[in-house]
Design a protein around this ligand. Structure first.
Ligand SMILES: [Ca+2]
Ligand SMILES: [Ca+2]
Length: 626
């Protein structure tokens, strides 16, 4: 990005009338834009006495189409038309009000080179989730920004710990060494409150949280990742902002939010209950009501219009002005940084019509960009309702590229930690017909919202390895949570967000390097690294069709099939070894003549179309069939 800072212009408005009623501009959103990106641009100005009679800009073919002053002149919307003859430069726009004039600047730059940007994900990718405050401290100077005194304390679980964007960039070699291709960072927008280290309490959607660094730091991270052949996913939250966002006290429009601080619905009431026959008796599951074509909207309105945890101001995404603000914001982050995809928070909490328009607007510019929706629900009939490529009973296709596979998350934990049958996994996969592209679902066994796998009841290093193995070989794009690859412990939020050992100069242990890991940590790391490498090498594992071969209480055996090869995966989850016999008949491997082991300790023999496997106790093995 180039050019003069509009923020500076906003701080030094050229006022020609010195009276107390003179107009003042304190903020311009977006702060800059690009040529030949969108035909129009809506600016939201913040300030005082902005009841404009007229606004005009000094660049040829930059036309002010209309304006709207709101909230007693504290905000001014300006709709601009960016004509074909517009040249790059800094527009100086003059606002005339009954009490004076004020000007603001808007930098309009040519788009930079777009090659190796906005790449999107494929099934060959693997994603590593990082909470930037908790990963690595690359710049101790930003640990406690002047505007946030008392916010930094590594001894407090809910304070800022000092991790930042530079710290992530300095460890790109670590991710390359491990073998993941994509980093998903929890939100990096400005939050500011002393306990908002997690990023989900935005106070400014056009600024990087100062604890994490600067916009320049983010641009450097994306560029450095792209240089290494890696991708970056941005965590975006169109559903809500933080309770301390200035809009909460003074919304730009009366219907900017669903409701007000004093009077709003609660998104989490009621949940779970007997409506659909569940055993609890507290109401009903709003997600289930939303996908139910027979449910009147009163049964699910709390979900889409309620304030998350009764606290976070819920954007009125049905308002076209709000929708345009949010779309432009997503475009701004994409164009500013070159990011490759969005993880989309609280996906069902936003109206589906909004998602359809938001995705259409993004894809007009960035056709390959991947969006991944969070639908935190164990039932595939609920999660698949939001998938791209199908109009539902409401006539809407959300357009989202793919979704997190929460049903598989619940199944993996049930099987590995709670002793559920291995067939629970097969049962989740049997629903894949509900999704237009099940091969692109993002499969995972842990993230920042749930207790660490390693600390869950019933866990062990062996179980953790099994969770990695299944995530890396079942269909879908695998996603891991930082530190799981070294068995990091942690209970519920915020204990599941501990600092990565070695990310801070004062740390006594450095698990970024082999010498700093315990034997168990190194074993897990090597296991994950080996499987990531294997997945990368075998097209069948990173994109092949999946066929069930055998499934019961203790074992699940499946085939992954690509054009070049067939790979057999044997998951055996019992304390006893086992002899398994099953047929390859009616599968693409039925004419296989040889079987050879790629990974694990099981042995296999072929006899005609029959496979005979000796699976050691609690084992995971991979074979090639030729
Ligand atoms: Ca820092
Ligand atoms: Ca909402």
């Amino acid at each position: 990005m180039c050019c003069a800072s509009p923020a500076l212009a906003a701080q030094n408005p050229q006022t020609t009338d010195a009276s107390d009623n003179s107009p003042v501009v304190t903020k311009v959103e977006p702060p800059n834009w690009w040529l030949r990106l969108t035909p129009e641009l809506m600016l939201l100005l913040n300030g005082r006495h902005l009841e404009a009679n007229g606004v005009s800009c000094n660049l040829a073919d930059l036309v002010v189409e209309r304006t709207q002053a709101t909230a007693g002149g504290d905000y001014l919307f300006v709709w601009l038309k960016l004509g074909a003859g517009l040249k790059s430069g800094t527009a100086v726009c003059r606002i005339t009000t009954p009490t004076g004039t004020v000007s603001f600047e808007l930098s309009l730059a040519p788009r930079e080179q777009t090659i190796h940007k906005f790449q999107g994900l494929t099934t060959a990718d693997s994603m590593y989730l990082i909470m930037p405050d908790r990963f690595a401290n690359g710049d101790p100077a930003n640990d406690e920004p002047a505007e946030a005194p008392g916010s930094h304390d590594r001894a407090k679980a809910r304070a800022y710990h000092g991790g930042d964007l530079r710290g992530i960039r300095e460890h790109l070699d670590y991710f390359k060494d491990l073998g993941v291709t994509t980093l998903w960072l929890t939100p990096i927008v400005k939050n500011g409150a002393t306990e908002d280290y997690h990023g989900y309490g935005a106070v400014d959607l056009y600024a990087v949280e100062p604890h994490l660094g600067t916009l320049r730091n983010y641009q450097e991270l994306v560029a450095a990742a792209h240089q290494q052949g890696m991708k970056i996913v941005f965590d975006v939250v169109p559903n809500h902002v933080g309770p301390r966002h200035p809009w909460a006290a003074k919304p730009p429009l009366p219907d900017w939010f669903h409701g007000t601080v004093k009077n709003h619905l609660n998104s989490s009431a009621p949940v779970n209950g007997t409506f659909y026959g569940e055993p609890a008796n507290q109401g009903h599951d709003l997600f289930e009501a939303l996908v139910d074509p027979h449910a009147p909207s009163r049964l699910w309105r709390n979900l889409t219009e309620g304030w998350f945890v009764d606290l976070l101001p819920d954007m009125n995404t049905e308002n076209p002005v709000v929708a345009q603000y949010l779309l432009q914001n997503a475009i701004w982050w994409t164009e500013s940084s070159g990011l490759d995809g969005f993880r989309v928070d609280t996906f069902p909490y936003v109206s589906r019509e909004f998602w359809a328009r938001w995705h259409a607007g993004l894809r007009r510019i960035y056709p390959r960009l991947t969006t991944i929706g969070e639908v935190f629900h164990p039932d595939a009939s609920v999660t698949s309702f939001f998938a791209r490529g199908q109009r539902q009973y409401d006539g809407t296709d959300t357009g989202v590229s793919t979704l997190f596979d929460y049903p598989m998350y619940f199944a993996l934990r049930d099987v590995l930690l709670n002793g559920a049958p291995a067939g629970r996994i097969t049962d989740v996969l049997r629903h894949d017909g509900l999704y237009p592209r099940p091969d692109q679902l993002v499969i995972f066994f842990g993230n920042h919202d749930v207790a660490r796998f390693a600390s869950a009841k019933g866990s062990s290093a062996a179980k953790l390895k099994m969770a990695f193995a299944l995530t890396l070989t079942l269909r879908g794009i695998p996603q891991f949570y930082y530190g799981d690859e070294i068995g990091m412990p942690g209970g519920d939020d915020p204990d599941n967000r501990r600092d990565f050992p070695g990310g801070w100069r004062e740390d006594t242990k450095n698990t970024f390097s082999e010498t700093g890991r315990t034997r168990e940590q190194q074993e897990i790391f090597l296991y994950v690294q080996t499987l990531l490498h294997l997945r990368h090498e075998h097209a069948a594992l990173n994109g092949g069709r999946l066929w069930h071969l055998f499934s019961d209480e203790a074992s699940y055996v499946f085939l992954r099939e690509s054009e070049e090869e067939r790979v057999l995966v044997v998951f055996h989850n019992s304390a006893q070894p086992r002899e398994l016999r099953f047929t390859l008949a009616d599968t693409p491997a039925q004419n296989a003549a040889r079987v050879s082991r790629l990974f694990g300790e099981a042995s296999a023999e072929l006899s005609g179309k029959e496979v005979h496997i000796h699976a050691p106790a609690a084992s995971f093995s991979i074979f090639s069939l030729q």
